[in-house]
Design a protein around this ligand. Sequence first.
Ligand SMILES: Nc1ncnc2c1ncn2[C@@H]1O[C@H](COP(=O)(O)OP(=O)(O)OP(=O)(O)O)[C@@H](O)[C@H]1O
Length: 515
Amino acid sequence: MANGSPVPVAEAAGISKRFGATVALRDARITVTAGESHALVGRNGAGKSTLVSILTGLQQPDTGTLRFSGRPAPAFGDIDAWRSRVACVYQRSTILPGLTVAENLFLNRQSDGALRPIRWKELRRRAGELLGEYGVDVDPTARAGELSVEQRQFVEIARALSFGARFIVLDEPTAKLDARGITRLFDKLRDLQRQGVAFLFISHHLQEVYDLCTTVTVYRDAAHILTAPVAELSHQALVEAMTGETTTGSDATAPLSAPRTRSGTLLEVDGLTLKDVCRDLSLSVGAGEVVGLAGATASGNVQVGEAVAGLHRAEAGTISVGGRGVRTGSVSSALAAGVGLVPEDRHLQGLVHGRSVAENATLTVTDQLGPYGTVLPGRTRAFAARMIRDLDIKTPGAATSVSALSGGNQQKVVVARALATDPRVLVAIRPTNGVDVKSKEFLLTRIRQVAESGRAALIVSDELDDLRACDRVVVMFHGHAVAEFGPGWTDEQLVAAVEGVAATAAASDTETHGR
Ligand SMILES: Nc1ncnc2c1ncn2[C@@H]1O[C@H](COP(=O)(O)OP(=O)(O)OP(=O)(O)O)[C@@H](O)[C@H]1O
């Protein structure tokens, strides 16, 4: 650069991108320097993922320039050239589950020449070396599908570095990790940063931005709003930049409303035993109550929530709603009892991609959309329009394909769908996954309204913001309920219980995966 400052590893300027009538980016810019950990934040639909797809060569911008280490970006489609400059670790895996770790690492580069046979032993050795070099403790012969999310992300990072890239984009990498996994990921990133690797880090968890990043860029409504050192920007100033609204000092993480008193049990889980998950677990949620079921990845809390919704058969124990038994392992029995579910993985269990927002939002209530099993398009549209308004879903319209929505707005469609049935018991698994700070508050308020109308909600999550919206929090550790918190718990107390460091019998058995 002319002024003598170091050449940025990545520099995008004047980037615009349109999808039909939607402007995803308008004259946007970003500059990432070597060894920097740079956060990109913004509300759902602000344009972050679109920028990532442009920075990684997956999409071409309509206008703008892109340079890596001072040189123009490779030609569109020259995959090898892009890979040597930048890589992205997504929330969703890009490694192939049926192949081994070694095969994934050297996919399409197994042998020196197209006609030379692949030397498997050599391949495994090289994979072992590569993983060792980056301190990734994963067996090269393991099937990728059997890795934990954390191990899989480490493999993806090692693969990116092995292509020569010194700039890595991490798109919500912590969304599926528990607290320990996040700590290990951050340790690794700091380690690599010291070796000169630069990161662009996308997260809706602003605390993570403060913990990990040195610089932050905010996008709002498709445009660049500011870039500043993280240390110079208060939490409030950051949220204001994201929302464009002045807050009156209110804390986004404050409790949503006063805790409610329960009146009569609506959901009763008694002595539940799920194979390899939990043993003799009991839990109840009263009418008018929101209960949190917290726990780390291996705690079994997600499976218990899913079991309430009929997704797992129990070896022993009962589940009942309003005194009526629910057959475990039967989704239709759970539905008939009035259980609604926000599933953990919106991609696998939540959405029908390629179908419209309206169709997805009304999938669970087709019986209300017309007489005698018919579905009236007008009624579907009206129903969907109400949900779009109610949950503040950012979409050009009800007829838009859900695949065209940003991640956070897709999540809102999943929540909308679960709420549409007016469930007596709503089981919401990590309901605010990928949702921005403002929308998070909004979604949690909607979930609380389920309880306010005399129904019950079980929020299965390890997100403190989600748990703060609950009247009570039950903490699971390795298949057992080990603690229960009423109002007024502190983050430290809850995290300690989740980590198994509270005074519990299970506390000695902690590490389950990773290093
Ligand atoms: N393939 C597409 N077709 C149509 N519209 C799209 C497409 N991809 C993105 N958009 C639109 O562009 C806008 C920006 O979306 P983008 O995914 O970049 O947002 P984001 O900031 O990553 O949001 P989130 O935090 O929810 O992931 C949104 O309005 C989105 O609906």
